[in-house]
Write a protein of this length. Structure first.
Length: 118
């Protein structure tokens, strides 16, 4: 994502299955937040009426500035090709040989955020 000048906000799971599988609910992250230019805090809201939890992205705008205010408008469609190029560089097909679910999760995160340093 750095190649596309975008940051990815990692969140906890935003979805929990209705039924149990091997005694546990399945969870996954259905919502993803990408941002550029400003700091952003992302929170998964717990109060929901469905199995899908909403995501709240708080954009942190620096305070204390005086004077004129400038607004920078971005056309993210222009960044789409750079984002696609960044995603295409990742070896996605190797996911089929990974057997551990936590390793698959980390592989997917690394694919969209860049390799982890762990």
């Amino acid at each position: 994502m750095k190649d596309a000048s975008l940051d990815y906000a990692t969140t906890e799971a935003t979805w929990k299955s209705y039924g149990k599988f091997n005694g546990e609910h399945r969870i996954s992250c259905l919502d993803h937040v990408y941002f550029a230019g400003l700091d952003c805090n992302v929170e998964v809201l717990k109060d929901t009426t469905t199995d899908h939890r909403p995501v709240l992205a708080k954009i942190l705008v620096p305070s204390g500035k005086t004077g004129t205010r400038s607004i920078e408008r971005r056309n993210f469609k222009q960044s789409a090709s750079r984002m696609e190029d960044a995603l295409q560089k990742w070896p996605w097909t190797t996911i089929y040989s990974i057997e551990d679910v936590d390793t698959v999760h980390q592989f997917l995160l690394d694919g969209i955020t860049g390799p982890s340093t762990r």
